[in-house]
Write a protein that binds this ligand. Structure first.
Ligand SMILES: O=C(CO)[C@H](O)[C@H](O)COP(=O)(O)O
Length: 235
């Protein structure tokens, strides 16, 4: 029997692609749930003759698009997207998101901002009432490598909490390096009341490239549930 989490991801992704993708230019997010969205896009291209150009948010997304034989585009050629479909690490009821668990937050936010519609796909573990209920790894902040210590200190001074430099793990010594050649700090926040203010404050710190708070960007989210249904949230 299939893993319920993987099944939930597939259900959410298939429904979102079926409900929101028509001919045009599509932004492709990153992560394990997006794999199913690309699979469904490729099916629809083959079976229905859907005509899409896919703009990737990461190296992973680019590889997925190529592997599925979909048409690859970029933002230089297509700065306006019909829809962007992407996963999330956590979403509250207002569809404020934490993203960047996979380290691709900057390009993901750019694609979300360039789309007429930004649609979130996730499994049931990602839906919460308030950020931090489900996702305990903090807010990812992409930083210019030379500034990571100063950014770290400034975040703590201005906003409290604690940050950690994200490390690569067993396959490489040292920090995670993003697709843009930068480092990631994971900021474990405390007592945040206004996510919009925090999003802006983080981005005002010199050396910060972008942060993984997506406030007021998503209009609709699909969460695959463990019972085989799909919960929809809209704002
Ligand atoms: O923001 C992301 C990558 O930077 C992903 O969308 C997020 O981590 C969710 O991934 P998954 O679909 O594997 O749960």
């Amino acid at each position: 029997m299939e893993n319920p989490v993987e099944n939930a991801k597939r259900l959410a992704a298939f429904k979102a692609v079926d409900n929101h993708v028509v001919n045009g230019v599509i932004g492709i997010g990153s992560g394990s749930t997006v794999v199913y969205a690309v699979e469904r896009l490729a099916q629809r291209v083959k079976e229905e003759g859907l005509e899409v150009i896919c703009v990737p948010s990461s190296f992973q997304a680019k590889q997925l698009i190529i592997q599925h034989g979909l048409r690859l585009g970029d933002l230089e050629m297509h700065p306006e997207l019909k829809v962007t479909i992407d996963g999330a690490d956590e979403s509250d009821k207002q569809l404020t998101l934490i993203k960047g668990g996979g380290g691709c937050l900057t390009q993901e936010k750019i694609l979300a901002s360039c789309a007429e519609e930004f649609i979130v796909i996730a499994d049931y573990r990602k839906a919460s009432d308030n950020l931090g209920q489900q996702w305990s790894k903090g807010i990812p902040v992409e930083v210019i490598p030379s500034a990571y210590r100063s950014v770290y200190q400034r975040i703590e001074k201005a906003l409290g909490g604690k940050s950690e430099l994200r490390m690569s793990g067993a396959s490489k010594a040292g920090p995670v390096v993003t697709d843009n050649g930068n480092f990631i700090l994971d900021w474990n926040f405390e007592g945040v009341k206004n996510w919009r203010e925090v999003e802006i404050s983080l981005n005002m710190i010199p050396g910060v490239v972008e942060n993984g708070l997506f406030v007021g960007m998503a209009r609709k989210a699909y969460f695959g549930m463990s019972d085989g249904s799909v919960m929809e949230r809209e704002v």
